[in-house]
Design a protein around this ligand. Structure first.
Ligand code: HH2
Length: 410
């Protein structure tokens, strides 16, 4: 059975990072201890949830012995708390030493050490080759641009513009000529408050467009759908990636369909469903909750037979998120690198950009979108799903070069 209790997350690599401070305080540690640990200014921090008292104490002991440290709830000493969240801090070396020491310990600590090691290994990955059907896309430090083709009457930014299949195909070809690495074709709007379209109608919208674009040489096609049948028929029409905005929580047949068709899979985080998702969304710990949701999706995909190298993860900007949530996701995106899979982000023209800039018309949110894409790329995003391919290609070429320099990879 999948155990989601620990939910390890690598937090940050900068000394004094506010995200580390936030997570350390969330453990319930005394403030003087928090300040002492922050002062150590170490380069890696890993948050773990719900360890038993004995596990937390042994973890702390071994991390201290290795020269690192571990924040735990102060309730542990007074025996008020039976469980605690912890935050481990240390250099790579100190983690390696501390984790090696845990291999000898009882109380499941060897397994916990294995999970922490996997999280650190995932976090360290910078380059990915994603398999999708017969296609392969390598990203890192370069970023792939995913062009949006909405064959819908009601999409929030371009609804009705490309409902006619001929117009949609032309639009797709234009995005391909502008440098899109993938075209994501969707026949159902998932904007906040959207009502579902019927399956037949969704198929009627997307299949002719996919069929026409698939006969062009070049750009791989993605299908943006929540329905397994649409995914299957789209794959037969030439789509090699399935973009499921429910992260496998929608159609129970989706994971098996993806495994059987051999397409790639985007697992996106959503809170609730499009009809209700923007009604007062709430999180215990935003990044931890998103991370756990995506881990659950990764496990479900793996269990159904989808190979790991076929999967991308996406925090789902705007899907059950307030303005503050969206901004925080962009600020802390790097934590999702813990999952060891390439990150897709879709901030394009979205309402949070309108709220931040006062620009009402979605199609005019180009510069805000470029800023969001640049932040996302700097935070580790490797796929950016956008409406304005030409402009974002330009912004992302610069962002990817600076990110590569910052990470010292070429
Ligand atoms: N956003 C939208 C749709 N699909 N897929 C992923 N993976 N990530 C996203 O952020 C994402 C997505 C919403 O944008 P759009 O398709 O332009 O609007 P609508 O749903 O109204 O058609």
């Amino acid at each position: 059975m999948l155990d989601l209790r620990l939910n390890p997350r690598v937090i940050a690599g900068r000394p004094g990072d506010p995200a580390v401070l936030d997570e350390m305080r969330r453990t319930g540690a005394a403030e003087h201890g928090v300040q002492r640990m922050m002062a150590k200014g170490e380069c890696l921090a890993v948050a773990l949830e719900r360890l038993s008292r004995i596990q937390a104490n042994l973890l702390k002991q071994e991390m201290l012995a290795a020269g690192g440290d571990c924040a735990v709830s102060r309730g542990l000493c007074s025996e008020e708390a039976a469980e605690t969240n912890v935050l481990l801090v240390g250099s790579r070396r100190q983690f390696a030493d501390g984790l090696a020491r845990l291999a000898e310990e009882p109380f499941d600590l060897a397994a916990i050490a294995g999970e922490i090691r996997r999280a650190l290994d995932g976090y360290a990955l910078r380059q990915f080759t994603v398999c999708m059907g017969p296609r392969r896309i390598t990203v890192g430090p370069g970023v792939a641009v995913v062009g949006i083709v909405n064959v819908t009457p009601d999409s929030f930014s371009d609804g009705g513009s490309f409902l006619d299949p001929k117009a949609a195909v032309e639009h797709g070809r234009r995005l391909a000529a502008e440098g899109a690495d993938i075209l994501d074709v969707g026949g159902e709007s998932t904007r906040p408050g959207a009502t579902e379209v019927g399956e037949e109608e969704e198929l009627r919208r997307v299949l002719p467009v996919l069929g026409a674009l698939a006969s062009d040489p070049g750009v791989p096609l993605s299908i943006d759908t929540r329905r397994a049948r649409v995914a299957r028929e789209a794959a037969a029409a030439g789509a090699c990636l399935v973009n499921d905005v429910t992260g496998l929580t929608g159609d129970p047949a989706m994971a098996r369909t993806v495994a059987e068709t051999g397409t790639g899979l985007v697992l996106m985080h959503i809170l609730g469903d499009p009809k209700t998702m923007q009604v007062a969304p709430r999180y215990d710990n935003l990044m931890a909750d998103i991370c756990r949701f995506l881990r659950r999706g990764l496990a479900a995909a793996r269990e159904a037979g989808v190979a790991e190298d076929h999967i991308l993860v996406d925090p789902g900007i705007g899907f059950g998120k307030t303005l503050e949530h969206n901004v925080q996701i962009l600020a802390r995106l790097g934590q999702l690198r813990t999952l060891g899979r390439p990150i897709m982000v879709g901030p394009s023209r979205k309402a949070f950009i309108g709220k931040l800039t006062g620009v009402q018309a979605p199609a005019e949110r180009l510069f805000g979108t470029a800023a969001a894409c640049t932040w996302a790329a700097a935070g580790g995003a490797r796929f950016l799903r956008v409406h304005d391919v030409k402009a974002m290609r330009q912004a992302l070429a610069v962002a990817a070069a600076v990110t590569a320099a910052a990470e010292n990879v070429s």
